[in-house]
Write a protein that binds this ligand. Sequence first.
Ligand SMILES: NC(=O)c1ccc[n+]([C@@H]2O[C@H](COP(=O)([O-])OP(=O)(O)OC[C@H]3O[C@@H](n4cnc5c(N)ncnc54)[C@H](O)[C@@H]3O)[C@@H](O)[C@H]2O)c1
Length: 387
Amino acid sequence: MRMSYLGKREVNITMKVGFIGGGLDSAIGSAHFAAINIDRKYSLDAGMFSIDESINFSSGEFYGVDKNRVYANISDFLSAEQNNLDAVLVLSPTPLHFEHINHIFDAGIPVISEKALCTNSKDAEVLARRATSENKFLSVTFTYTGYPMVREIKRMISDGILGDVLSVHVEMPQESFIRSSASGTKPQPQAWRQLDYEIPSVTLDLGSHVVNLLEFITGNQVARVSGIASHAGDVSALVDNVLAIGELHNGTPISLNWNKVSLGKRNGLACTIYGSNGSISWEQENPEYLRYGAKDGAIQIIDRSHAMVKVAAERRYQRFKVGHPAGYIEAFANLYHDIAEDLTSFKAGRKFDNPYTHSAADSADGLRVLEALHESAAKKEWIEIRR
Ligand SMILES: NC(=O)c1ccc[n+]([C@@H]2O[C@H](COP(=O)([O-])OP(=O)(O)OC[C@H]3O[C@@H](n4cnc5c(N)ncnc54)[C@H](O)[C@@H]3O)[C@@H](O)[C@H]2O)c1
């Protein structure tokens, strides 16, 4: 009998989870639903999916959840399900995460939350402190770190394959605040995305990924930044265009940018790392390939089957063989696979130190970088990251 790509020992680990948000009226709910089901490690058993009553129930029906376990408010949901669930997934709008996560912590249930964890670092630090001092589980889903090739970049940097890292560049240009519909109507993002918070909405949405990806692949933290933030698009007067340069703690120069005003860019998350022995480039819209530039001038395209690859060649990433591209949902599933391992350790009272998952403390750190960057843009001066 052929073994599954998961291997024998890992199947039949099922975490019973509920959703807050993620209804059929949401952007991200169905991606989470698909991702948690790929590796059969989770079952979605309950939820408060939407603030719209009818969509709340139709979402439960669509997700195959018993209608008696679909709740009209969070208090009823948590008090009824507190002893039934291994985790609650927080998929509500970012400005609600702080309130929702505190509520779930109070109910004693582990939390898996979408990014950005909160709208400011102080709130994220409160959650991080609660997680540590009260032994609460909180893992944050920075999706893009689930791509096998992103994990391969992390490995190549830490193994010194690129030599000394000379500079790192991460960008996430999108077009959603400037592109019109086919009939000419202006963009209409969700109401909560049409407000700026302590950190601007564009930065919570995109900058959180950019900084997380940068620190994930380099294994280092941003020490100081100098930023520029401006408005150009068709959504009120929001900040929608952000650029920065900076340095990591080891002195490596970095450049970062994200925006929602780049026509022609659907989701242009990309990174390039220039090293003394080689360079690597990766683009989210073509996620199964790395472009490698060697010291002798050779340029190679690297995929899961290339001889240089170690992490992306692991069995767990071969849901189907190379040449059959995996994508965003599978990246999410890879992250959920790791979170399930952490959750298993947590429930058994074991410590875990997973290089692929993101704690509340990691998220608070990213938010401090983003706050410093916007402070720098306002003051037009370099800002050191508070740690
Ligand atoms: N990782 C990624 O790539 C990615 C992509 C998109 C969104 N996100 C994150 O996912 C989260 C949700 O984003 P979205 O685009 O799906 O938002 P959305 O506005 O499209 O959907 C929000 C959902 O939450 C529900 N909701 C609203 N208020 C609620 C409340 N008080 N209680 C319970 N449910 C409530 C809504 O009915 C809806 O189902 C955000 O934190 C966002 O940053 C992450």
